[in-house]
Every structure is written in structure tokens, then in C-alpha cells.
Design a protein around this ligand. Structure first.
Ligand code: GCO
Ligand code: MN
Ligand code: MN
Length: 392
């Protein structure tokens, strides 16, 4: 077994809807059979994943009776126990049924908002029963096509009301769950509210129980918005709000592609793994590493498991590359923190009138500073050489 073969210690997870994706797209129907959730769990366990995540309706068909739900859940729990797999995260499907065609928590129709809360509370109960400690909210259709339909501030207020209510629901039931909010700029709506991780981070600071709520950033979604995914994740990590993460691959300027992790923008994936694993220093992310991606439509079931193994192997290979990169003395020399005994005490120590006066009076040879080359060409070439496997 090579060191890149995943094990449960690696904390890799997949959604039932990811490896279970039958390849349907707006231009054509399914190309693969629908897989039974129990089969998915067994196959993922064989591939080395640690867990599986689900929307309520990935496991329980919409409208199933209580007896049917009990039967499905008890079989599923047995499969989890047999395979040692866990369900670290659960979520609600608030986007497939036509009732959600104009959103769920932000809908103009109070009946839709009430149904969204009812469905989410039931899905939270299901998640708790399966042991999920994190609950994801992705605003699927919480947005607009005809933007005149509502004041966007009203949509934010309704979403806040729903989050505040559901936090209380989790507390009231002692579920000990954390919420992770997932931003996406568009698709399936023309505009989706709270379009980026940065928007979400601010929104969270307006909630009654902000300590329970963090973010679930997704590679594809930040790239669709033209942003650096690693920078968004870094901001979330820096304020201890990275509660979950959706890993995949995405080309800039396209529809949401959900490609195999690392299959696009290898350098971006490398900097992300370097950040999550803390090889540069600082705190590591120690939550589940979830792949929200699916196999190409060209694949049969065997191709799906190749896809799953590929996501996990690439993550592990990039982790090893990041360790080698940050141990490279030439890299270390270029990025070493510059020290200046006269200036350092004045920076980062906060404001005082004396510090302000010292800084204002300081003589700085700006031309000499400006003329210094920073060796970032060399640094980036070193990054490329590590990635291409000729160094490290
Ligand atoms: C998407 C989203 C979803 C969510 C999932 C979990 O673009 O469709 O990424 O896959 O992550 O619904 O909430
Ligand atoms: Mn997505
Ligand atoms: Mn996602």
C-alpha cells in the first residue's frame, strides 16, 4: 500500500449525492444507474473514506411515511456500523421540490418559509440520529431571477430569522451541532443571496448564536466568483469559523463543474492543502475533508470509484508536496520574516501617542527599500518545480 492510499485517519468524506450522481445534466438524462446508499457506504469504505454526508432526501424519499423512514434509517445505521463509517455532516434539500422554486427561508410565501423550517427541523433530527455534528446550509434557490421580486434586505432578514430559530431548536434538543453556511454566487438562480464566504462571515456576526455558526466554503463557488479560494478559507480559519469544507475542482468563468479535487488549478489546490495542513505554520484545520464533486458523465460505476480515489490521493500527494516545499531551505530563505529591531516594537503593539510620534518622525530610505528585488520569480518557479516533481 503506497502512502497515498487513504485511511479513515485522513478524515475524507463524500456526499451520497456526489458519488451517487448519475450524470444527469440540462442537456441529457442519467447515464449511470442510481446507487443504493448502503452500497455507496460500503464502496466508499473500501476506497478508504472515513464518512458519508447526506441531504435528508438522499436517504429518505420526499414524502416517505414514518414507518418507511424508520426502516431505511435502521438499515443505513447497520451499514455504517458494519463498515465503521460515520456521518459527520447532514443537510436539507431545500431546492429540488417545485415548492422551493423561489427559495425557501427567503421566499415571499409564508407557507413556503414554514415548510422550509419544518423540513429542516426534521432533517436536523435525522442528522442527529445518525451522529452528525455539523449541519450545512446551502442557499440553493435563495436568490432571484427577476430581481424586482423582493427587497434583498428582506431576504437577509428572513434568512437571519430562520437561522436564529434553528439555532434555538438545536440548543433546545441538546444536539450539540454546529451550523456551516455555504455561499455560492449563482446557479441555479441568476443571483444567490450571500454570494461569497466573506458575505457569510459578516452575516454570521449578525446572528443571535454566532458561536454556533461558521462557514462551509466550496472551491468551485469562490472560483465562480473570480476569487482566490485559499484566501477565503484563510479568512475563515483566522477567525475560527472554518466548520466544514467542500473540496472540488473548477475552471474560472464556467457553470458549477464539481470536478475531481485537484483536476483544475493544481497550484491553487496546492496552496489550499498547504493552508489546511498548516505546513507553513499556524493552526491546522482538523475537521472533515469533504469532496463535493462528481465523476465525469463519460464514466460508468468503476469510473466513479476511480474519481473518488483520485480526489483523496491528490489531496495526500499535495500534502506531501507542501511539507517538502515548506522544508526547502531556499523557499524558507525567500519568505523568512524580516526583522528590524528599531521598527518592530512600533508595529503591532497598538496605538499610543508616543508610537504615533515615533512613526511620524522616523527617517525611512524609501528609495533603497523600493529598489530591493523580492525574488518572487524564483519563489514561484520553486513552487512549480516542487509540483512538477523535480525538486523536494
Ligand atoms: C451545489 C452545492 C451543493 C451543496 C449541498 C450541501 O452547488 O449544488 O455545492 O452540493 O454543497 O447541497 O448543502
Ligand atoms: Mn457546488
Ligand atoms: Mn457544496
Amino acid at each position: 500500500m503506497s502512502s497515498f492510499d487513504p485511511t479513515k485517519q485522513d478524515r475524507f468524506t463524500f456526499g451520497l449525492w456526489t458519488v451517487g450522481n448519475p450524470g444527469r445534466d440540462p442537456f441529457g438524462p442519467s447515464v449511470r444507474a442510481t446507487l443504493d446508499p448502503n452500497h455507496i457506504v460500503r464502496k466508499l469504505a473500501e476506497c478508504g473514506a472515513a464518512g458519508v454526508n447526506l441531504h435528508d432526501n438522499d436517504l429518505i424519499p420526499f414524502g416517505a411515511s414514518a414507518a418507511e423512514q424508520d426502516r431505511i434509517v435502521s438499515t443505513f445505521k447497520k451499514t455504517l456500523a458494519d463498515t465503521g463509517m460515520t456521518v459527520p455532516m447532514a443537510t436539507t434539500n431545500l431546492f429540488s421540490h417545485p415548492v422551493f422554486k423561489d427559495g425557501a427561508f427567503s421566499s415571499n410565501d409564508p407557507k413556503v418559509r414554514a415548510f422550509a423550517l419544518q423540513k429542516t427541523m426534521r432533517a436536523i433530527d435525522l442528522g442527529a440520529e445518525l451522529g452528525a455534528r455539523r449541519y450545512v446550509f446551502w442557499g440553493g434557490r435563495e436568490g432571484t431571477d427577476a430581481d424586482a421580486c423582493r427587497d434583498p434586505r428582506t431576504a437577509l432578514k428572513r434568512t437571519r430569522d430562520a437561522m436564529n430559530f434553528l439555532c434555538e431548536y438545536v440548543k433546545d434538543n441538546d444536539y450539540g451541532m454546529q451550523f456551516a453556511l455555504e455561499a455560492k454566487p449563482n446557479e441555479p438562480r441568476s443571483e444567490i443571496y450571500l454570494p461569497t464566504t466573506g458575505h457569510m462571515l459578516h452575516f454570521i456576526s449578525t446572528l443571535e448564536h454566532e458561536e454556533m455558526v461558521g462557514v462551509n466554503p466550496e472551491v468551485a463557488h469562490e472560483v465562480m466568483a473570480g476569487l482566490s479560494f485559499a484566501h477565503s478559507v484563510a479568512q475563515a480559519m483566522e477567525c475560527d469559523k472554518l466548520f466544514h469544507i467542500d473540496l472540488n475542482g473548477q475552471k474560472m468563468g464556467r457553470y458549477d463543474q464539481d470536478l475531481r479535487f485537484g483536476s483544475e488549478d493544481l497550484k491553487g489546490a496546492f496552496f489550499l492543502v498547504r493552508l489546511l495542513e498548516g505546513t507553513l505554520g499556524g493552526k491546522r484545520y482538523d475537521g472533515p475533508l469533504h469532496f463535493d464533486a462528481h465523476a465525469y458523465r463519460t464514466e460508468d460505476e468503476e469510473g466513479v470509484w476511480e474519481f473518488a480515489k483520485g480526489c483523496m490521493r491528490t489531496y495526500k500527494i499535495l500534502h506531501q508536496k507542501a511539507l517538502a516545499f515548506d522544508a526547502d531551505s531556499e523557499v524558507q530563505a525567500i519568505i523568512a520574516e524580516q526583522k528590524d529591531a528599531a521598527i518592530d516594537p512600533l508595529l503591532g503593539g497598538g496605538y499610543s501617542a508616543a508610537t504615533a510620534a515615533s512613526l511620524k518622525g522616523m527617517e525611512i530610505d524609501v528609495d533603497a527599500v523600493a529598489q530591493r528585488g523580492l525574488q518572487y520569480e524564483r519563489l514561484d518557479q520553486l513552487t512549480v518545480e516542487h509540483l512538477l516533481g523535480v525538486r523536494g
